[in-house]
Design a protein around this ligand. Structure first.
Ligand SMILES: Nc1ncnc2c1ncn2[C@@H]1O[C@H](COP(=O)(O)OP(=O)(O)O)[C@@H](O)[C@H]1O
Ligand SMILES: [Mg+2]
Length: 434
């Protein structure tokens, strides 16, 4: 049940290429029946003036242009989508909900209750003036305690990660949780190179996902995708994957932050495919729609269209069918929005051999994961048929050698055998004339 209160939060932005945090505007939120909410965002007058002088960015060029008016939102719980992108998903919410011991939490409570390691450059608070940027993060040496913490959270329904409990173990240095999105257990950690997203094994995992994801990132990079640096670490007998944060840059005295928006925001879509269906029956959950709207955001639409095509093709070739809109993003370091490096790439072996489906539409045959479907709308990705074919052929030759990259990641023989059917399954090229 949602509580009945109306709430207001100030929205702060750490300016690109700077450590200065400014107040951008205010979000007023009130609950609506059936667990819905209505949010109204207004830019602050000072921000609008400064933005005009210094060419500062809007939060979202389509939904929140730099204008002195009220913007209303009744989708996504009443949050502007780009603000929802800065809020935690399943895992981060679980941590916050446990800390609040079951009291009803609103979307605004999640924004306010999450630690300051969230994706992108936004933060939130009750004061009209922004707090100083956060400089303290969990260090990689605390991963063992954090892993134990994550484990208890999954296994003990009543377990409450309290600061006091954790403080006893590590001298107050440990900050629980993370506001990063996604469903799998994770935490943000720092070492001398910068900030990393540490992805843990999860309860009920059938495969060693940290190793599998690392192998997939290596394969993706070999296939020509832009990927973040990643590495495996072993902690208390468990393998963890560290993925370098692509929205943070260490600088003297702290970090610069890139603004970030998810594919869901670019699409203007809802949380589910069904709810994102248009009157003509088509869905906004679609790569062709994503590439068209990306052109309205990107400062290099052609390069980003080609990169998005490669990602869609890669997901098709490895059966990464968890390629939903929040597993795509754009970042802005101050000189415009660009597609972020690829992330959350995980192959899945399905029983079906004839036909498999991605989360998003691929082409004329909807979500079908096949070479023909990939080629069917390639011109929308600014590629001729010949260019697209050449790209697919060269990627296929890399993906065929997937075992080389998975061996580098130390994926076990048992996991290799489990996954073999994920790569270039028979239906991928079934209807291709040879
Ligand atoms: N390397 C990264 N740098 C910055 N943000 C990231 C990075 N990888 C993922 N993210 C953000 O964190 C969220 C969760 O990560 P993801 O790998 O998708 O986890 P999950 O497997 O739980 O879905 C993503 O939706 C994205 O917003
Ligand atoms: Mg994800």
């Amino acid at each position: 049940m949602t509580s009945e209160k109306s709430q207001e939060v100030f929205v702060y932005l750490q300016l690109p290429q700077s450590q200065e945090v400014v107040t951008v505007g205010k979000l007023a939120w009130r609950p609506l029946p059936f667990d819905r909410g209505l949010g109204e965002f207004v830019y602050g007058r000072k921000y609008l003036e400064r933005a005009a002088k210094e060419r500062l960015p809007s939060l979202d060029p389509l939904a929140l242009p730099l204008e002195a008016r009220r913007f209303a939102f009744d989708k996504l719980g009443g949050l502007p989508s780009v603000i929802r992108d800065a809020s935690p998903d399943y895992w981060g919410r679980l941590v916050i909900a446990r800390q609040h011991r079951g009291s009803a939490l609103t979307e605004i409570d999640y924004l306010l209750g999450s630690p300051e390691d969230r994706a992108g450059a936004l933060s939130f608070g009750l004061s009209p003036t922004p707090p100083a940027p956060v400089r303290q993060f969990n260090r990689t040496v605390h991963l063992e305690e954090l892993l134990a913490e994550a484990w208890r959270l999954q296994n003990e329904p009543d377990y409450v990660p309290s600061d006091r409990h954790l403080a006893a173990q590590v001298d107050g240095a440990l900050r629980p949780g993370t506001s990063m999105g996604g469903a799998r257990p994770k935490v943000v950690v720092e070492d001398d190179e910068g900030l990393w997203l540490a992805k843990f094994p999860a309860k009920n995992d059938m495969l060693n996902y940290p190793r599998v994801e690392h192998g997939t990132l290596l394969l993706a990079q070999a296939a020509g995708l832009a990927t973040p640096v990643s590495r495996l670490v072993s902690v208390a007998g468990s393998d963890l994957l560290l993925v370098k944060r692509f929205d943070r840059r260490p600088v003297a005295g702290g970090y610069q932050r890139a603004m970030m928006a998810s594919g869901l925001t670019i699409l203007g879509a809802e949380e589910s495919r069904e709810a994102s269906t248009l009157a003509d029956g088509s869905s906004l959950w679609s790569y062709p729609v994503l590439v068209s709207r990306l052109a309205l955001w990107s400062s290099d639409p052609t390069a980003d269209a080609h990169e998005l095509f490669r990602r869609m093709a890669f997901n098709t070739m490895v059966t990464n069918d968890d390629d939903h809109p929040r597993n795509h993003a754009v970042v802005n370091w101050g000189s415009g929005w660009r597609l972020s490096p690829a992330y959350d790439l995980v192959p899945t072996n399905r029983v079906a051999q004839d036909e498999r489906f991605l989360s998003l539409d691929v082409g004329m045959q909807g979500r079908v994961a096949s070479r023909t479907n990939l080629l069917s709308r390639c011109e929308l990705f600014r590629l001729s048929q010949d260019q697209a074919r050449a790209m697919l052929t060269s990627m296929e030759s890399v993906v065929r050698r997937w075992q080389v990259y998975f061996a580098k990641a130390g994926v076990s023989d048992a996991d290799l055998a489990q996954l073999a059917g994920a790569f270039l399954y028979p239906g991928y090229s079934r209807d291709v004339a040879s």
